[in-house]
Design a protein around this ligand. Structure first.
Ligand code: DGL
Length: 276
């Protein structure tokens, strides 16, 4: 049986925060990362567009041989995952699997909040989709979920303009907005894979008792658990300890910026996503 790398997808660099945690926890497998940098950000795009782009990425991973793909982007998970899982997979490749980041985050939150007041920071796309409210509501109906859309955070991060006076102003603004909506919040999910880069600044503007969760470790734990529960899929994942990076934009720029997310230098190649 041919074995293949695990695919990890994001609209740009944000998924690298998830990939980093996954590789740290499951270092033996091979991974392929694709960042759709040419079309990032997805956060302000329509449902139809995010679905179309994400489906193109999934088809590309399948063409590269991947059996298992993680959509490491909340916006794409919120707007495209369900359709892909329920409508497309059966025609494309019924034995392959595509997993997202929202469900595992929703599952984790119930064991962490003490007072059932949870906050979500996300892109406008993720917030408007209500995916967190719906997923958490299914598992923990007693939890009150309050959301805050932060449209400017991804551009600030993608352009490395967050750790200065202007960047901090916009971080504080959204932190204050969230707490004004619900002052009892004791736990916040960073519901966008870019936001872990802001975690220290976010915490500066929050009372110290509030816990702030990044998704990297949550998704890595969920993947480990998935592979344990699905030995038939685990067997199909190759174990050569490699990570191959693709971007739909300029690979040199990707290499430079990816270093901010990964804390190490990498090599990247350009790829065109499959459009049919
Ligand atoms: N990283 C994506 C997410 O987790 C958002 C970035 C974008 O807007 O493209 O939602």
């Amino acid at each position: 049986m041919a074995k293949s790398p695990i695919g990890v997808f994001d609209s740009g660099y944000g998924g690298l925060t998830v990939l980093k945690s996954i590789v740290a926890q499951l270092p033996d497998y091979d991974y392929i990362y694709i960042g759709d940098n040419a079309r990032t950000p997805y956060g302000s795009r329509s449902f139809e567009t995010v679905y179309e782009y994400t489906l193109q990425a999934v088809k590309t991973f399948f063409e590269l041989g991947c059996e298992l793909v993680i959509i490491a982007c909340n916006t794409a998970s919120a707007k495209a995952l369900r359709n892909i899982q329920q409508k497309d997979l059966i025609f494309l490749a019924p034995n392959k699997r595509v997993l997202g980041v929202i469900r595992p985050s929703a599952e984790a939150i119930g064991n962490i909040t003490q007072n059932n007041h949870v906050g979500i920071f996300g892109t406008p796309g993720t917030v408007n989709s209500e995916s967190y409210v719906i997923e958490i509501g299914k598992l923990f109906p007693e939890i009150k979920v309050t959301q805050e859309a932060c449209p400017i955070w991804v551009p600030l991060i993608e352009n490395n303009q967050f750790d200065n006076e202007g960047g901090r102003f916009f971080v504080k603004e959204h932190v204050d907005n969230l707490l004004q909506k619900d002052s009892k919040i004791d736990t916040i999910i960073l519901g966008c894979t870019h936001y872990p880069l802001l975690i220290d600044i976010i915490k500066e503007f929050l009372p110290p008792h509030i816990k702030v969760l990044s998704q990297g470790d949550i998704v890595a734990n969920a993947l480990q658990d998935y592979l344990n529960r699905h030995p038939e899929m685990e067997e199909k994942c190759s174990q050569g300890k490699t990570v191959t990076y693709f971007t739909t934009d300029n690979p040199e720029i990707f290499e430079e910026r990816a270093e901010i997310f990964l804390g190490k230098s990498i090599k990247a190649q350009r790829i065109n996503l499959k459009t049919n």
